[in-house]
Design a protein around this ligand. Structure first.
Ligand code: CA
Length: 436
């Protein structure tokens, strides 16, 4: 593990809220995001406790170490993608400077205090411009559970343990947490002879991690598995909303289309790979008889700690709960390290094997990250057994799929002995009724 002074679990910040035990954003985290500034333009920021550091203002403060000019220029301009393109060394250098500057007793306190804003007071935006979005299917328990609904005898298709399955998604409809989504219209085919057009009746969420690409690669040049992590910028929460009934009718032979392209929600803060260093985990243990990864998917470091020890949760608050002042109920709780068959590095190596060029700001969805147990399932499709067994909520309501007015919130955090707890924040949205 590449741990340094920025991971010291005992380190405290002069920002009081960053020292609260349950904050997602202690000084050991320092995730990046963008918010809409008072002039309406997008600005880059770092989260610290319940505050954010406006990097347009902070970049103009004196006291930055030499060598960070390129990173600070990009961030001062609100150009996250240009910062992401600079790669790991620039990101690590900036992380060290931010860690020093936020540390209790730092000389930056006076200047940086004036660059802080309460996170609650600003409107967050997507953390970067997302050029391309690829949705993987790395959650083996999800793939197995969904496959079992269709093929009880052979839930996993024969390719699953050889090739990281994915498809190219739609980036224009990726929205930031907090924006509502609208129930999509689509073609569905019930028991009738002809399909009908109307609102999806089986709207679902998918609990995923989003991996954002930092430095890209040239068209025609594959990224080797041992270099793959150098191209990862960081990790977000990602809800890949799915209209299961639309998907069931349209997905053959080319895969999901309108079932997915109406919206996907992303959390506003990107937790960097450096912040996650204390929370790496071995990849999911292969079962006896499983194939070993092919050589281009097999890296020495990836075998040791290619996985992510991230705790994942989904929470639901219905409109009736909200009206009654009842707080959200947790639908599931699991861990990415028990859910993902393929590591982020393997996704990068596979995506580029044929020469596809990744670009700064590209997004990979992990695929729904369900654990092995039913209470770890990252979608309602699994929790309700394809709609056959509605789940019962504490107030007596039931759900097979999402209803209008439901607010679905994803949360994630990392905890282990000897490290400071960090979190990924939230990815949340309310479901609006379909357009009439
Ligand atoms: Ca998905």
């Amino acid at each position: 593990m590449n741990l340094d002074a920025s991971h010291d679990p005992a380190m405290q910040s002069w920002v009081d809220s960053a020292n609260q035990p349950q904050t997602d954003f202690p000084i050991q985290n320092l995730p990046f995001g963008r918010f809409r500034g008072p002039d309406g333009t997008l600005r880059a920021a770092v989260a610290i406790g319940d505050q954010l550091l406006d990097l347009k203002q902070a970049a103009a403060c004196p006291g930055w170490p030499a060598g960070l000019e390129g990173a600070l220029e990009a961030l001062a301009a609100g150009n996250m993608n240009r910062f992401m393109a600079l790669g790991k060394t620039a990101r690590q250098g900036l992380r060290m400077a931010l860690s020093e500057g936020f540390k209790a007793g730092s000389q930056q306190q006076a200047a940086w205090s004036a660059c802080l804003l309460p996170q609650q007071a600003v409107q967050m935006a997507l953390p970067c411009e997302i050029g391309d979005y690829t949705d993987f299917y790395a959650g083996i328990h999800h793939a197995t559970a969904v496959g079992r609904l269709f093929r009880p005898d052979a839930p996993l298709l024969p390719n699953y343990k050889w090739v990281p399955i994915g498809y190219h998604g739609r980036s224009s409809s990726i929205i930031v947490s907090g924006q509502p989504i609208r129930r999509p219209l689509g073609q569905t085919k019930g028991s009738g002879e002809v399909p009908v057009v109307g609102p999806s009746q089986r709207l679902d969420y998918e609990l995923e991690l989003g991996f954002l690409i930092g430095a890209g690669n040239q068209l025609g040049e594959a990224i080797a598995i041992d270099d793959a992590e150098d191209h990862l910028f960081g990790v977000t929460l990602f809800n890949d909303w799915s209209a299961r009934d639309i998907q069931a009718w349209e997905y053959q032979p080319l895969g999901p289309f309108l079932a997915k392209n109406f919206a996907s929600s992303l959390s506003p803060w990107v937790v960097t790979m450096e912040a996650l260093a204390p929370f790496r985990a071995p990849p999911l243990l292969r079962q006896a008889g499983d194939p070993q990864p092919l050589p281009y998917l097999d890296g020495a470091n990836d075998r040791l700690q290619g996985g992510l020890n991230i705790q994942l949760e989904a929470w639901l608050q219905t409109a009736a709960m909200r009206a009654a002042g009842q707080s959200a109920v947790r639908l599931s709780s699991g861990n990415a390290s028990e859910a993902a068959y393929w590591t982020p590095a393997q996704l990068v190596a596979h995506h580029t094997l044929g020469g596809c060029n990744l670009q700064p700001g590209d997004l990979f969805g992990s695929g729904t990250l369900s654990g092995p147990r039913p209470d770890q399932a990252g979608s309602l499709m699994e929790q309700s057994q394809g709609g056959k067994q509605p789940i019962r909520l504490p107030n007596g309501e039931t759900r097979s799929f999402l209803a209008d007015g439901d607010e679905l919130t994803l949360k994630a955090f990392c905890e282990r002995a000897g490290a400071r707890r960090i979190g990924l924040g939230e990815c949340s949205a309310i479901v609006l009724p379909a357009k009439g």
